[in-house]
Design a protein around this ligand. Sequence first.
Ligand SMILES: [Zn+2]
Length: 282
Amino acid sequence: MILQGKQVKLNRRNGVEFLTFRALEALPFVAHAFSTRIGGVSRNEFSSLNLAFGRGDPDENVTENYRRICAAAGFDEDSLVSSSQVHKTVIRRVGRENCGEGFNKPKPAGVDGLITNEAGVTLVTHYADCVPLFFADPVHKAVGLSHAGWRGTAARIGAETVRALSREFGSIARDLVCVIGPSIGPCCFEVDSPVYEVFSRMTDLSPDEWIHKDGGGKYHIDLWEANRRALVRAGVPEQNIAVSGLCTQCHSDLLFSHRATKGKRGGLSAFLALRGEGDNAD
Ligand SMILES: [Zn+2]
């Protein structure tokens, strides 16, 4: 019910709840999902579908949660490739040889975005208020997934992902379909002057239109709009960009929110893959 009117659909399968986006559902060559807190085995602040390793939840719980969301959303567990996010803008091209990285084998450090043009590879990135950016190229059959926290947003990781898709696969910005996923919204992302000043310098994006000055040195910033405008500047047509409009902090019963819990929380994951020939399109 809370999702009414949004670009988001809440799905439930085998007790696991996950989100999908209408703009990507319209692309039959893409499989995607964004996790929620619902349907896992973790307890307490990790309750229950925690997909973040290394935050104090036993690894076997996190592994079981990945098994459950993969079964529910239709991903092969062995196809997962994880990012290792540091709030920078390195975008890494991965292929089938990278499957399992971040799960049953180590992953390289300092990767905030992943791209691939191979079926059988599921890109996985990690969230709890930061902005997920999904990319699909229907012409060159390539996908990308990037993590845009406030630093990544200010550093225009979305535009960086467009460049990486172009360089590696020949993608053209005007062909791309993008989804700006659930994250902390303009309702809840309150910052002080130092962060405000970083965004106020993005003058080509008319920041006064998406920064609200509360007074007293406090500001509310719309990270969705900042990312959307940066993608438009990078050449993605406005009509190809969907904003999910779902705030993690407002919906912390459904989604893990770092701010809502003061950091005592599990993690959400975004999943994006190309379907292979003969894959079921359900
Ligand atoms: Zn909110």
